[in-house]
Design a protein. Sequence first.
Length: 725
Amino acid sequence: MQRMGLGHGASGAPKPVKSARVVGDVLGRFHPHGDQAAYDALVRMAQDFSQRYPLIDGQGNFGSRDGDGAAAMRYTEARLAKITSLLLDEIDEGTVDFIPNYDGSTEEPRQLPARLPFTLLNGASGIAVGMATEIPSHNLREVANACIALVKQPNISDEALLELLPAPDYPGGGQIISSAHDIAQAYKTGRGSLKVRARWVIEDLARGQWQLVVNELPPGVSTQRVLEEIEDITNPKVKTGKKALTAEQTQLKASLLAVLDGVRDESGKEAAVRLVFEPKTRAISQEELTTQLLAHTSLETSSSINLTMVGIDGKPVPKSLRQMLAEWVSFRQTTITKRSNSRLSKVLDRIHILEGRQLVLLNIDEVIAIIRQSDEPKAALIERFKLSERQAEDILEIRLRQLARLEAIKIEQELDKLRDEQAKLQDILDNPNSLKRLMVKEIEADAKAFGDERRTLVQAEKRVVAEIKIVDEPVTVVVSDKGWVRTRTGHGHAPDVFAFKAGDQLYGAFECRSVDTLIVFGSAGRTYSVPVSALPGGRGDGQPITTLIELEPGTQPVHYVAGAAAAGFVLSTTDGYGFVAQVQDMVSRQKAGKSFINVTPGAALNRPSPLLAKGREGEGDALQMATHVACASVGGRVLTFELTELKHMAKGGRGLMLIDLEPKDTLAGAAAYVRSVTISGIGRGGKAREETLEIRSLNNARGARARKGKVADLGFKPNAVTRVV
């Protein structure tokens, strides 16, 4: 576009031309890509919502932040923005190398002699084979100040550098709510994610009414996207494979409609972004409405940072912010050195010409005589006055008007100026400090000419999490052997009142609160968590647990517990290992759960045993904390030891050895107890048997953890251990 005369020159801004003409020149002279690819690049450089400092001044429809496309290239017009002078002004002064274009008909520069690091100013986003980049835009003044500081003090600390360049500055404004530590880490490592929030104002209306008006959005977020998200929440669709809306969808819809009455987009020429939210009533608190909107829409989102860039060496490498700035400083020093050398050679050439003319004016009559009389005037002039070939050629081409006396004065004045410039350029080339001073002076001038105020507010805030209000009440979670779950209000339900599908039966009834959590144990040791409030209620069969979690392929749910966050359980595996963990340790935000218990090949999980239980009949409903652990092997060995010998492992794992098993023997189960445990198993004829061991029998099997224990005369093979109290 500069070669087409579309750059700002001495005569001011040029008249724009059709974008199609620009695209045609690009394809013909530089890059034989598709015309749409070239036009898309031109469009992006003209969008003030995509680039912090647009490089093209576009006229016509160049699209919108809502995703509307630009008009066809035959309709739009373009010219270079004034700021492109920072990229192009020095391109013909020997500052960068030129290489042949694709067909060798012309040349193109390897890089542009940027007077400021545009990689940081406008950022970059892209993907390639095996790598990606996501460089956010920054404020020109802040980048300039950071560059100046790095020129003056190459060893400046990271903290001081971040005071000058604290965070990205997005084209659409918004607010960065990440902590200074998170931002510093992202800049230091070259990778990270920043939390960005929209900005809004509260407009007071008549009769105490008010409305929330969003006027700045996070990067990559449009008003259309926010409206679609609100539509999806307030008018949810049944998910694929489901017969009805999930409890989560219903709760989310109810919570948003409880505070939001309506939303409309009033964006236009007067306001690039104006998204109006009306509260349900004027009594709704502003904080309640903003919390719901920020938590469930893109008004609060994440913006990734990946500072991968092609350096001076042509290699794409992840860099830190300091490395990016230092590389540009080095590049700029080289550029100024090359520019100074180029200007110095032109100055010396001009001085050489003027010195020849000066000599001619002193001997004008003799020069004229030689030219008139000699057959080879050029050679004669060189021999007589010791001129160079360049000077002699210039003298022979000189016009008669330039032989006037006034011309001699002009030559003398021009020589004085050129010699001053020569001295300055030589000083820049010889003295590194002079080069640095010039560099700082130029950066300051460019920052003054093109700098503007920061748009994005940097203020750390906690990320909003909207908690759906749940009535805290007693409930009983009912789980069947085949994994059907449901809840019943209240406690004290008799097990025989629960009905199940044919062939199914009760696994367990957990008395807890509606604010507690159900933990599901997968056969591979993974734990999955479901809020009790999200479980179906009523007297039906309930819902398969597999519809509420995403099981690891090839596994199945084997055990369940439900309780408060601090509720503790003894977890064990059939190979004789175990540990203590709490419900809060096993909770996962992901439906796919998390790996928690190490289950070795051939082993399996035993039924978890709670650390708290109700007292015996007549002792009231007071909960009692277990003090000991009882282990029983399939071979009939029993070992009891103090609970304090087990470790609480918040991050899970394999645990400690509970009992020293004989070869081919396995652990039937482990239970925490106060006074007695019940051991269940299979007797002769496949009949179910169970035996309750009281404190005296348990004390006889007392030993240290990881011992073999004692053989118990049970008369059957144990397969589970449960605790009475």
